[in-house]
Design a protein around this ligand. Structure first.
Ligand SMILES: Nc1ncnc2c1ncn2[C@@H]1O[C@H](COP(=O)(O)OP(=O)(O)OP(=O)(O)O)[C@@H](O)[C@H]1O
Ligand SMILES: [Mg+2]
Length: 346
């Protein structure tokens, strides 16, 4: 695999989420691209989170089926990697010419990542001047276990795909959802299993966190505290949400403790960012993922931080025909990762 040396501009983005697999293909270049294909297929149970051969085979068959249904003709794919599998950190490095910089980072990486360098695939992006040390520049460094990437590569190649890139989900959503300006903005993707938090500044991700709390945990809290089954709990959560005047505030009472786990992490991340970067202030929070449409969730976050909170639009940089408008709007909070991967420069 050579992630940066693809000969073809034709490829699709593939998000292997815990509840669904989604693909998006775009065409054209520049800031606005046009929509060619989008499709999704639900994934049952824990299949997407399992590393067993049987489950990986199941996933591969689902992906194959999805590509067939959507009639995608290109074999080239940019695939997401769950952020929970990725270690990410910001580090200061010396100012060096590109070739020497790569070597220096590789050398330094061993002391920065939690796993042995020999068993890890590292990647990095230059962010700019270090705010901590004027003589240095800072990078966003990511590392993933070789084994995970190799297994995923085998799975995708086994169904005839050509992987042009792997990218962590959190970097993909930053591309699709961030407003195209230099402001500091916090993106929150509340998925089923976990939540991704990314602070984008000057158009680049400067801080990421993966929080092991998502829709599943919120629904579980509702089921336990309201003593109902999980189907009913899900209905309650998505119908009444954090509204204090629905059902006498019982759903609010049942789930706000779990939502506050996210609030605490947002608070810590904002503090961390504001301490490292003294100038820029986080101006807005953009929410996405299944839970972003829980009634009054955005309002709850807005009130906690006194910041503008908006529901992200995964299609903000994409053009499509008017008759797709309603369907795409309803899928928007599930498509941030797939669209962000499709928006990569191959
Ligand atoms: N209107 C709704 N009613 C009930 N549940 C909903 C609704 N909208 C979304 N969900 C729930 O949202 C979750 C899917 O969210 P999302 O698409 O963010 O998950 P994912 O990307 O598959 O998960 P992850 O990012 O953790 O891998 C599912 O648990 C689904 O049941
Ligand atoms: Mg997701």
């Amino acid at each position: 695999m050579s992630p940066l040396l693809s000969s073809s501009g034709d490829f699709f983005g593939l998000d292997i989420g815990t509840t669904a697999i989604r693909l998006t293909q775009l065409s054209g270049s520049g800031g606005q691209k046009s929509l060619v294909k989008y499709a999704y297929v639900p994934v049952a149970g824990k299949t997407a989170m399992s590393d067993s051969k049987a489950d990986q085979d199941k996933l591969a068959q689902l992906i194959k089926q999805l590509i067939g249904q959507a009639n995608v003709t290109t074999k080239s794919v940019a695939a997401g990697i769950p952020s929970s599998r990725v270690f990410t950190t910001v580090a200061d490095v010396d100012r060096l010419p590109p070739a020497e910089l790569a070597k220096a980072i590789h050398f330094q990486a061993d002391s920065l990542i939690p796993t042995p360098l020999a068993e890890s695939k590292i990647d990095w992006a230059l962010l700019g001047d270090s705010p901590a040390d004027k003589a240095k520049q800072e990078i966003l460094l990511t590392s993933v276990a070789n084994k995970f990437v190799e297994d995923r590569l085998d799975m995708l190649e086994a169904i005839g795909l050509n992987v042009i890139a792997f990218e962590p989900d959190n970097l993909a959503i930053a591309r699709s959802l961030a407003a195209p300006d230099n402001s500091a903005q916090l993106i929150l993707d509340v998925g089923n299993h976990s939540t991704d938090l990314v602070v984008v500044f000057m158009g680049k991700p400067h801080l990421t966190r993966n929080i092991p709390t998502g829709t599943e945990a919120i629904v579980r809290a509702a089921a336990q505290n309201l003593n109902v089954d999980s189907k009913q709990a899900q209905d309650f959560v998505f119908k009444f949400g954090l509204s204090k005047d629905k059902l006498e505030g019982q759903v609010f009472q049942a789930i706000s403790g779990t939502i506050d786990l996210l609030v605490t992490e947002i608070e810590k991340s904002i503090k961390f960012f504001q301490t490292r970067y003294q100038g820029p202030k986080i101006e807005r929070i953009i929410v996405t993922g299944g839970a972003s449409i829980i009634p009054e969730f955005p309002l709850y976050i807005a009130n906690k931080f006194g910041l503008e909170v908006e529901i992200g639009n995964a299609w903000r940089n994409v053009t499509f025909s008017q008759d797709r408008q309603n369907e795409l709007a309803s899928l928007s909070n599930h498509f941030g990762v797939a669209v962000g991967l499709a928006e990569r420069t191959p």
